[in-house]
Write a protein that binds this ligand. Structure first.
Ligand code: NAP
Length: 246
């Protein structure tokens, strides 16, 4: 059991990419952070060690967000170690691109299980167990507005996250908890870069008027705003953090 009285943030999918930068940033902002991961234990442990070396409080917890049982255990272990939950960042997600005609059942189910059901599982647990005054920050994507071919299933799961975000914000009336979503544009992580030829990466990098890819730090700063004191009046919204791509 940790005795620190700082606020506690669970960041799902924090072993790599955007999630690891969110965990780092929230720790710098004074939160104790739970670094959730599905399989990258080495990366998660290294991140926890790096945060602790900077004087922060962190705990790595393996849990598949697609499993309601795992998510209950994630909250249990957080409460046992840190005492409470104040912020939940539903960052864990996967993307598999294919036309609808070429999408097989397994690829469809995996994206629904992790992106949609995973966000549902953590939100349901948050609704039951989060302290009043907390913040929930979900992850959508700017592809919900861009609607390019091959993004159909992925964008569909993220559109569902946006809808649940607004509904959940209303359901938490009276508890002073805000619920918002962040919708990044192309951001330099494995999820975006893997499998794309350099020419495609270069083309997508120039699409936004700011003419570069988002960096995980850009998105972490957006999450930090929503999780911190300055973001307190934003509720039920989806904030597109994409350099103006749409
Ligand atoms: P990433 O680099 O692929 O990292 C994904 C993270 O999610 C990893 O830490 C991974 O952990 C974790 N994860 C995957 N499946 C999980 C599961 N079932 N349970 C728990 N954790 C799981 O992805 P990213 O680019 O940082 O994406 C983060 C979020 O931003 C996602 O929701 C994504 O849809 C959204 N987004 C990204 C972009 C972009 O361009 N990068 C754009 C818009 C939206 P393990 O390594 O342990 O599996």
């Amino acid at each position: 059991m940790n005795t620190s009285d700082s606020k506690v943030a669970i960041v799902t999918g924090a072993s790599r990419g955007i999630g690891s930068e969110i965990a780092r940033r929230l720790s710098q902002d004074g939160f104790s952070v739970v670094v959730n991961y599905a399989s990258s234990a080495t990366e998660a442990d290294a991140l926890v060690a790096a945060i602790q070396a900077q004087g922060g409080q962190a705990l790595a917890v393996k849990a598949n967000v697609a499993s309601a049982e795992d998510v209950r255990r994630l909250f249990n272990e957080t409460e046992q170690y840190f005492g409470s939950v104040d912020v939940v960042v539903n960052n864990a997600g996967i993307m598999a691109l294919a036309t609808l005609a070429e999408t097989d059942d397994e690829t469809l189910d995996r994206q629904i299980d992790i992106n949609f059901k995973g966000t549902f599982n953590t939100m349901r647990e948050a609704a039951r167990r989060m302290r009043d005054g907390g913040r929930v920050i979900n992850f959508s994507s700017s592809v919900v507005a861009m609607l390019q071919p091959t993004y159909g299933v992925y964008a569909g799961t993220k559109a569902a996250v946006e809808a649940m975000t607004s509904v959940f914000a209303k359901e938490l009336r009276g508890r002073n908890i805000t619920v918002n979503a962040v919708a990044p544009g192309p951001t330099a992580t494995d999820l975006f870069l893997n499998g794309k030829p350099q020419e495609v990466v270069d083309r997508l990098s120039r699409l936004a008027p700011l003419e570069r890819l988002g960096q995980p730090q850009d998105i972490a700063a957006t999450v930090a705003f929503l999780a911190g004191p300055d973001g307190g009046w934003i509720n039920g919204q989806t904030l597109r953090a994409n350099g103006g791509i749409i």
